[in-house]
Ligand binder design. Sequence first.
Ligand SMILES: [Zn+2]
Ligand SMILES: [Zn+2]
Length: 103
Amino acid sequence: MADCSYHPGKDAVGACVSCGKMVCVGCRHELNEKVFCPPCANKLFVAKADVPTYVPADPVVQRVDPKKASSMLTWGIILTVTLLIIVGIVVALFATGVLEIVE
Ligand SMILES: [Zn+2]
Ligand SMILES: [Zn+2]
């Protein structure tokens, strides 16, 4: 019986299908019914985790347009400030008696 490549003294229960190293029951990783050693399993997990980051066709990523978002934000601020200035002028005119509420 062969020993685990990572744990000398422990009996191997299988071999990694990727690199062929022997793995014991404690470090055996099964993915899609295939046996992998810990480093190869980690590589696969990392590769899987990276996939969504590098897909430019992802609809969520396409929807986010930083230029559009920032220009919309700028216009939102301009409109808000303009509205506040108009309200401020009207309030000031009432306060100084230039405008009066006609009943
Ligand atoms: Zn391996
Ligand atoms: Zn092991």
